[in-house]
Design a binder for this molecule. Structure first.
Ligand code: PEP
Ligand code: MG
Length: 917
């Protein structure tokens, strides 16, 4: 673990136009702390930020390294900062007459929405409450703040922070909440705001008694004890269950730690001339350059994010179906709105990126409580990057770096079939928080989603609202549907971060947890397990399972603009793995510059494969070369057509055609009818045929009779395939098209294998040239490097090969010794326990497999400095792996057609991060 603790400065002050820290200090101050410092202290900003101080992330590390103790300097530093706050605010912490209250919030390097704890109104007690009543002139408000403090403190600091086990599944927050509900019910109140000062006063008394009774200790009335308790609880929440879970999903290292921000409280809930809100400098849902946000009158910040009340729009633009009848802030408080509007423009200009801001208005004064780079979905990310580039806010490099390669998936995401949508009745409408289409079976709990998904079911998580406890289920679900909350609610925020289809605030449906169903306004009842379909781009819910269709990417102008910049930047090629002309068309549409892997055996699977498969089987169970040649001759026309169809689509682009690879046993027939037909065709008895089939059995087929070994045992198979390739290419060239086949030999281990096959290739090449009357058929001869030995002996392999293509699926399988078909049994545990950081079949294990790839490339190029090198394993579409391939000097990557744009963007980013000469 990284240890620093140098400098002994643990507290960074901000406020009054000054700040000890700044935006560049995220590692030390956390995102929130660094940005508060920047907003408060940067000479170009100096925004109205309530003063406060940040306790550094180093203290969190120290706390965990030293049995939850603090560095000795911390207390004095914090108290000095508190004094400064007091001076600026003209109030005193713990003072009876004019008390200062503070909030205590977490803030890690990267935002972890709602995963850690917050305590508000710290400093309130039986004495200071008098001062608050005097300050605010509002007894009701003061007691409301007090009961909120007791509830939060008891939950966060005393119960969770104190590791107190919850009895009967009912935590202190729930117990206290029920007391509040009880009063509301008995008085017939609908909202919390109807409670009188007297009732709240009684409630506070009751809360205190209950806390003592349930948790065994008194709620502390000493303000300093409250503050340090709050600080400790925030540090403790870094290692809370849900924070750990979130870090695992988001790959945030445990050792980063969180900072703690102690800040003067300002109140958005001091009456109807107060409010609090969350806003974005551009629309995070679609990327439009429009100020977009929500606010709640007479509320605390948490109320907006919790999605308990439907928030109002900050302006006309932010109105939606749920909020159109609310008054926009720009109407309610036009002057303050103008101030907020100007600040958000300044912030975006300063940070040169879309900002997510939190603000509070307390009795006619605007305060900025937070700003950070706003999360956005893929569609918005692309739109904003290209817009900001056009506005000259950012340069081309920044635009290319602004979009996460995986975010592009959302632009390519399937959507509900528009034709089906046209005729299907919409059962409910909500807010479009996460675009794309999704279908799945309804589940009502996060645990349910996890459980159903583990059985391979596609589920949609339907909840009133989500909380950080739900992240696992949200992650496993195809989509999320909530009945409450706005575009800034937890569900919307999290879904946006993941690029998941999501609809929030769908008040047209009512969930009945007891009967496990929901009722839509139009009378439709949907039970747990029933299928529904969501259009997350429009916020529409449908009954049943609707077809999903692909999006026409060419209609998205900002995508096209971005990809133009990408292609100008990237320094390696991107090809696709394709087996059919249809795949090839898709690949070209997505920008593939060739096919990096055409698996010939694909023609024996799926539609139209019946006859070629029969002939292949006939060949497999043949005994003599003559029998085999007979079957191969019949198969030839199918192979030639298959190859020619794809070469035709790829006109002018290279196509790497791999010779037959899978173990023959994969094709052995088991069906009695098929066996009978075969025995008849071969003129042998069923008994004899069965013996031949049995003889093909292998114990470890993936390490058995496969790849080049087939071509060595049966040279006539290679001969037939090569002839088909050359004839197809020669015919196309004669027709005025351009065919560039690259013949690739799989699963090689030694150069002699390549030599053996090359003799066949050379001979057939001559024969075809003669037969077709052509002088030349352009082609390359190369090999996959997918065994460790081939990588280590690459110098020799390159003597015979014009190109290498790293087959990292097999290379990973053979180097780890992990069967790629059986990892499900143990890999999840490896990942859980962090024995392996990632699934090596998804992203290249750079320290191990990466070494083999690097060595293989370098050694191959000792023999042939211009040796063409690519990759065609699944990793070719993984951004980190693409970047690795760029760095080690590969010529191209090849991946599935749908990942081509992702690989292109990753390649461009790699070129910016580590440019090649
Ligand atoms: C590989 O092994 O990486 C590869 C691309 O081949 P296959 O997945 O067909 O074995
Ligand atoms: Mg392979």
């Amino acid at each position: 673990m990284e240890k620093r603790y140098n400098g002994n400065k643990y507290v960074y002050f901000f406020g009054g136009g000054k700040a000890d820290g700044n935006e560049s200090m995220k590692n030390l101050l956390g995102g929130k702390g660094a940005n508060l410092a920047e907003m408060a202290g940067h000479p170009k900003l100096r925004l109205p930020v309530p003063p406060g101080f940040t306790i550094t992330t180093e203290v969190c590390t120290y706390f965990y390294d030293n049995k939850k103790r603090y560095p000795k300097e911390l207390k004095a530093q914090a108290e000095a900062a508190l004094e400064k706050m007091e001076k600026l605010m003209g109030k005193k912490f713990g003072d009876e007459k004019n008390p200062l209250l503070v909030s205590i919030r977490s803030g890690a390097r990267r935002s972890m929405p709602g995963m850690m704890e917050t305590v508000l109104n710290v400093g309130l007690n039986e004495k200071t409450i008098k001062g608050i009543i005097a300050q605010s002139g509002d007894e009701r408000f003061a007691y409301d703040a007090y009961r909120r403090l007791i509830m939060m403190y008891a939950d966060v600091v005393m119960e969770k922070g104190g590791n107190i086990e919850v009895k009967n599944g009912k935590g202190i927050r729930k117990i206290l909440d029920e007391k509040l509900e009880h009063i509301k019910n008995s008085k017939g109140y609908k909202s919390d705001t109807e409670l009188t000062a007297e009732e709240l006063k009684e409630l506070v008394k009751d809360y205190k008694k209950t806390v003592k009774k349930v948790l065994g200790t008194e709620f502390p009335d000493d303000p300093f004890e409250q503050m340090w308790g709050g600080v400790g609880a925030v540090f403790a929440s870094w290692n809370g269950k849900r924070a750990i879970e979130y870090r695992r999903i988001e790959k945030i290292p445990n050792e980063w730690g969180t900072a703690v921000n102690v800040q003067a409280m300002v109140f958005g809930n001091m009456g109807d001339d107060c409010c609090t809100g969350v806003a974005f400098t551009r629309n995070p849902g679609n990327g439009e350059n429009q100020f977009y946000g929500e606010y709640l009158v007479n509320a605390q910040g948490e109320d907006v994010v919790a999605g308990i009340r439907t928030p109002a729009p900050v302006n006309e633009y932010s109105k939606n179906a749920q909020s159109e009848h609310f008054t926009a802030l720009e109407k309610l408080m036009p002057e303050l709105y103008k101030e907020l509007y100007t600040i958000q423009r300044r912030l975006e200009k300063h940070y040169k990126d879309m900002q997510d801001i939190e603000f509070t208005i307390e009795k006619g004064k605007l305060y900025m409580l937070q700003c950070r780079v706003g999360k956005r979905n893929g569609i918005a990310a692309v739109q904003m990057a290209t817009d900001m580039y056009k506005e000259k806010l950012i340069d081309a490099k920044t635009a290319v770096m602004r979009v996460g390669p995986n975010q592009l998936v959302e632009l390519l995401l399937p959507m509900l079939d528009p034709k089906a949508e046209l005729i299907a009745p919409i059962i409910a409408k909500g807010l479009p928080a996460g675009p794309g289409g999704a279908k799945g079976r309804v589940v009502f709990t996060s645990a349910g989603a996890v459980e159903w998904a583990s059985r391979g079911e596609k589920v949609i998580l339907v909840r009133e609202e989500t909380s950080p406890e739900d992240v696992d289920g949200m992650h496993k679900a195809q989509a999320i549907l909530t009945t409450k909350g706005g575009m800034t609610s937890h569900a919307a925020l999290v879904a946006r971060g993941w690029g998941k289809c999501c609809i929030v605030g769908c008040s047209d449906i009512e969930i009945h947890t007891e009967t496990k169903n929901f009722h839509a306004k139009n009378g439709v009842v949907v039970k747990e397990g029933d299928w529904i379909s969501l259009n997350g781009t429009r916020g529409q819910v449908y009954e049943g399972s609707m077809a999903l269709v692909d999006i026409d990417i060419d209609k998205n102008q900002s995508y096209k603009d971005l990809m133009k910049l990408v292609d100008k930047t990237k320094q390696i090629g991107v090809r696709a793995n394709c087996e059919t002309p249809g795949d090839a068309i898709t690949a070209v549409k997505f920008g593939a510059e060739g096919i990096g892997l055409f698996r010939t055996e694909h023609m024996f699977y799926g539609e139209g494969s019946e006859q070629p498969l029969f002939l292949l089987r006939k060949m497999i169970v043949s005994k003599t070369e003559e029998e085999r040649r007979d079957a191969l001759n019949s198969l030839f026309i199918y192979v030639k057509k298959d190859v020619k169809d794809t070469l035709t689509v790829m006109n002018g682009y290279p196509v790497t055609i791999r010779l037959l690879d899978p173990p023959l046993h994969e094709f052995v027939p088991h069906d009695k009818e098929k066996l009978k037909q075969l025995s008849k065709e071969l003129g042998i008895s069923m008994g004899m045929l069965n013996r031949r089939v049995l003889a093909l059995h292998e114990n470890n087929p993936m390490l058995g009779h496969r790849g080049v070994r087939l071509g060595i045992s049966y040279p006539e198979i290679t001969e037939m395939q090569v002839r088909a390739i050359f004839e197809a290419a020669a015919e196309l060239n004669k027709e005025g098209k351009k065919a560039f086949p690259e013949i690739m030999v799989p699963v090689t281990v030694i150069a002699h294998e390549l030599r053996h096959q090359k003799e066949i290739v050379d001979r057939v090449y001559k024969e075809v040239c003669e037969k077709m009357g052509v002088k030349k058929i352009p082609y390359l001869y190369g090999t996959m490097i997918e065994t460790p030995r081939a990588a280590l002996r690459a110098e020799f392999m390159a003597n015979v090969a014009d190109f290498f293509s790293f087959g990292t699926n097999d290379l990973t399988q053979m180097s780890f010794g992990f069967s790629r078909d059986d990892i499900g049994g143990f890999l999840p545990k490896y990942l859980d326990l962090k024995i392996l950081p990632d699934d090596p079949f998804q992203t290249i294990d750079q320290e191990g497999i990466g070494q083999l790839i690097k060595v293989g490339t370098e050694r191959g190029r000792i023999t042939k400095p211009k040796l063409k090198v690519g990759i065609c394993g699944e990793h070719g579409g993984d951004p980190e792996s693409v970047k690795f391939c760029h760095r080690i000097g590969m010529d191209y990557v090849s991946c599935s057609p749908y990942r081509v744009p992702i690989a292109r963007l990753a390649a461009a980013q790699a070129a910016l991060e580590s440019p090649r000469k």
